[in-house]
Design a protein around this ligand. Structure first.
Ligand code: ADP
Ligand code: MG
Ligand code: MG
Length: 870
């Protein structure tokens, strides 16, 4: 079996087999771009290694040694030959890039003999000593599993407070390397291997092993990447960016990945190697300065970037190294970008004629739009904070979005606090892959060191989290648990706010403001709308929500939960009076107080939706949520109502349910107390008449919740229609309305053909339908559901991602059966799932008319619906 492919044998189409990095270097090699020679060990070999009890599969090693001969021939160097030593890097590379999640060893092949040879050959003992120091450090950490901090510590002691790594002399580096070897001997219990092929064999095994390392597993879980893809291993001749001041290493994007600006964007470091740029060892310089410093190389690089972008028809993220004035390309991949950049780049590429509108629409991940829909800190708010002396510092705008939270320095603590529901901002000098779990947990990340392509920046952008990187004025004291900046000290646990789009950092919690849909974003969404078949509505309970939803392009309200209106202000008192009323008269009296308030709310909604349909659900209160809890609250309410507290107490006691979610709620309430439904219907239709008299067309859709049997719906629908008839006749306006039901019980889905005799529309309430289908309480599933997902008993949390196999089947079947009775039955979905991309795609597939989701997710649903139709 062929386990090994020379770079000259592969191409971009072989990502599955060679991994993204291997396919990328192969494609570059094929296109004539200068790439150091090398070869890729396939992902199949990695999987076979795991199937094989962590042994190399048969033939792999022979193919590796064979391929090494080819690299020797192409470079004219020999592996292990002191006279002219070949050094290689051993690099991991899976199908999907996992930045910093797996490991790379550089300068492999060095030992005391080849070191002496390299030193003599290059006439540069310092360079050789530096290369050796790096190799021993990386090999010790990655292959032999020694704690990297120990090496860092030695290095930091040697550098002292003021010097950088480039200031270390050859002798110092040699001394440091000796200390590294001692640490390795102590910790790993082995002598540092000197035989180059032995080093190579170990390193390949270590890359295979890193696939199942904690960081890699965490990353895959977060990004929903399968565990069985395996990683490729790339073995490649080294080129050296650390040979002096005519050498450099860098990374660059063909366009700005943060805001989409169409200009080369990146950073480089002179006299540096490999990961120095990413690791934030020194703060790198912007790529534009390379133009002044090494004009010819810069132009060559810019041309290659253009060539690769045109070739792949998308933004490229590239690594390069300059060895003594000669440019080498080491990696290219599709650039990860923020949601904002994704939209701008897609729009620009269409304008440049590189891709068409459909491709543009398919390019942007719906979930990535979330970042554009995040709150931001308004300029006025920032000005105010500045006046109050709350401005702390600014760093690089590494990943956009505003965030506030309390300062935490330790990633483990960030994880714990976040689990308990705290909003934290992780503050670090720099981040490393070990900190990943803390970054996942934090609202945002702030670092003192590192550039736009530092680990913190790359990872934050990938997660769509705000990040300010390289805020160089921060002085972090981990021990004291505080940082100081510009004369202010911020302690662990204090609140700060940051704007990852501008890099500003403030003390305290600043208030954030609403995002808008304008410019490129608006244009892009219009393209999406050309393709989609599903309508997108919003779940909105207040005129303000409705307004937001309209601005994001909602085509109606798919769910207005009337009970949510009851929580505002002191309305709750009237509602509580209604709930605890003993007699019909008492209840009618309480309802009479509520009716005008409801009518006012509905008028606001109808006006905000300006002609679009508005679905209003009759009361579905989990009663316990409305009742007063503590003794004090009960006494206060009793006093207001003029009854004895003990009487109220026993009333509340009598309303207590063992299982409120399956209790006296939904249409059951309106059936037992028809006066409630009656009041709501009156409020709805009076509002409709009033608004329509102002010249705004109104389409109310009255929705009866939690129906299990046709008879339930019939009772309530008859009542609504009766009231509607009266109010409309009285008002003298022609109102086009519908009465329908939510489908949120399996029995309703199963008997949908009957229910559709009365219902003019269905809306699948998939939150409750998931709850009732799984028999899992939404409110209590937190104890076990996350573990189910972690242990892969369930692929996703079914309350977040629609369970297509089970709940989805009821949606599909309910739709079909409903339409068998009423062919023009309008069907939608109004659970959380209405704004979740894969669920939206499912709704498209089974022929729903619309999805309804929270106002901020409307653009996401619009895009997902478009992609479903493409
Ligand atoms: P990652 O996947 O984390 O980007 P890489 O395998 O790309 O890891 O390598 C880490 C660093 O080492 C990068 O900066 C890369 O450019 C550099 N590097 C890898 N191989 C070589 C090589 N053959 N010569 C010089 N630098 C290399
Ligand atoms: Mg890389
Ligand atoms: Mg419900």
């Amino acid at each position: 079996k062929k386990w090994v492919y020379l770079f000259s044998e592969g191409d971009a189409s072989m990502r599955d087999l060679l991994g993204g990095k291997g396919a990328g270097v192969a494609e570059m090699t094929k296109s004539g771009v200068p790439v150091p020679p090398g070869f890729t060990i396939t992902t199949e070999a990695c999987n076979s290694y795991y199937d094989n009890n962590k042994q190399f599969p048969d033939g792999l090693w022979e193919q590796v040694t064979e391929a090494m001969k080819d690299v020797e021939a192409k470079t004219g160097k020999k592996f292990g030959d002191p006279a002219n030593p070949l050094l290689v890097s051993v690099r991991s590379g899976a199908k999907f890039s996992m930045p910093g999640m797996m490991d790379t060893v550089l300068n492999l092949g060095l030992n005391p003999e080849t070191l002496a040879g390299l030193s003599k050959l290059t006439d540069n003992p310092r360079f050789a000593a530096d290369a050796y120091r790096r190799f021993v450090q990386l090999f010790g950490k990655i292959v032999l599993g020694v704690d990297g901090e120990k090496f860092e510590h030695v290095l930091n002691v040697a550098k002292g407070d003021t010097r950088q790594d480039t200031d270390l002399s050859a002798d110092e580096l040699t001394e440091i390397t000796e200390q590294f070897k001692q640490i390795i001997k102590q910790d790993a219990g082995v002598d540092f291997p000197t035989e180059p092929f032995e080093q190579l064999r170990y390193a390949i095994g270590a890359v295979f092993s890193s696939w199942m390392g904690r960081r890699a597993i965490d990353y895959r879980r977060l990004n929903k990447i399968a565990d069985n893809l395996g990683t490729g291993v790339n073995v490649q001749a080294m080129v050296f960016g650390n040979m002096g001041n005519d050498s450099a290493t860098g990374v660059a994007f063909s366009r700005n990945p943060s805001n989409g600006d169409p200009a080369l964007y990146g950073e480089y470091l002179v006299n540096a190697q490999g990961e120095d740029v990413v690791a934030g060892v020194r703060t790198p310089r912007p790529i534009s300065e390379l133009q002044a410093e090494m004009g010819v190389v810069y132009d060559q690089f810019a041309a290659i970037a253009k060539q690769l972008e045109a070739h792949y028809k998308d933004v490229q993220d590239m690594e390069f190294t300059i060895e003594k004035g000669k440019l080498w390309m080491l990696q290219t991949r599709t650039g990860k970008r923020t949601g904002a950049a994704a939209v701008k780049i897609a729009v620009d590429l269409v304008k440049e004629g590189v891709i068409d509108e459909a491709t543009a629409v398919s390019r942007v991940e719906p979930a990535a739009l979330d970042q554009l829909l995040h709150p931001m800190i308004a300029t006025a708010e920032k000005d105010r904070a500045r006046k109050d002396g709350k401005f702390l510092t600014s760093g690089l705008p590494a990943s956009p979005g505003a965030a506030t939270g309390t300062v935490v320095f330790d990633p483990d603590e960030a994880e714990h606090l976040a689990k308990d529901g705290h909003k934290v901002i992780l503050v670090r000098t720099e981040t490393a892959p070990e900190d990943f779990h803390g970054m996942v947990a934090a609202q945002a990340i702030l670092t003192a060191r590192g550039g736009m392509t530092s680990h913190a920046a790359v990872v934050a952008r990938g997660m769509g989290k705000p990040c300010v990187a390289g805020a160089g004025e921060l002085k972090i004291d981990y021990k004291a648990g505080e940082f100081s900046v510009n004369g202010q000290t911020i302690k662990h646990g204090d609140s700060i706010s940051l704007d990852g789009g501008t890099g500003e950092v403030f003390a305290g919690s600043l208030s954030t403001s609403e995002p808008t849909l304008t410019g490129d974003f608006a244009a892009f969404m219009e393209w999406a709308d050309k393709f989609r078949k599903l309508s997108v509505r919003a779940n909105a309970d207040t005129p303000h929500d409705a307004e937001v939803a309209r601005n994001f392009g909602a085509q109606g309200i798919g769910l207005c939960r009337t009970e949510h209106m009851f929580f505002e202000g002191d309305r709750i008192d009237a509602v509580r009076e209604m709930i605890v009323a003993d007699t019909l008269e008492e209840r009618r009296a309480a309802l009479a107080k509520i009716e005008p308030l409801q009518q006012g709310d509905f008028e606001g909604l109808f006006e905000a939706m300006n002609g679009f349909p508005v679905t209003i659900r009759t009361l579905d209160p989990p009663l316990h949520e409305f009742l007063p809890h503590g003794d004090d609250e009960i006494t206060a309410l009793a006093n207001k109502m003029g009854i004895a507290p003990s009487k109220l107490h026993s009333k509340i006691e009598s309303l207590r349910e063992a299982n409120p979610m399956l209790g006296f709620r939904g249409c059951r309430l309106g059936i037992i107390y028809p006066e409630i439904t009656e009041m709501q219907a009156r409020a709805i239709f009076k509002a409709a008449v009033a608004v329509q008299k102002k010249g705004i067309k109104v389409h109310p859709e009255v929705m009866i919740p939690l129906v299990g049997d046709l008879s339930e719906l019939k009772v309530q629908a008859d009542l609504v229609r009766k009231v509607a008839g009266e109010v409309i006749a009285e008002g003298g306006e022609q109102i086009e309305y519908m009465v329908g039901t939510m489908i949120e019980l399996p029995r309703a889905a199963l008997t949908a053909n009957k229910i559709a005799e009365v219902a003019e529309f269905f809306s699948f309430g998939t939150n409750d339908l998931t709850q009732t289908t799984f028999g899992m309480s939404r409110d209590d599933a937190g104890r076990f559901l996350p573990l189910y997902v972690e242990r892969k008993l369930l692929k996703d949390d079914p309350f977040q991602v629609l369970d297509q196999e089970g709940v989805g089947q009821l949606v599909q079947l309910g739709t079909e059966r409903g339409r068998s009775t009423r062919s023009n039955l309008k069907v939608g979905i109004c659970g959380e799932h209405g704004g979740e991309p894969s669920s939206v795609m499912f709704c498209h597939k089974v022929g729903l008319n619309y999805v309804s989701c929270s106002p901020y997710r409307v653009p996401i649903a619009r895009l997902a619906a478009a992609q479903a139709a493409l």
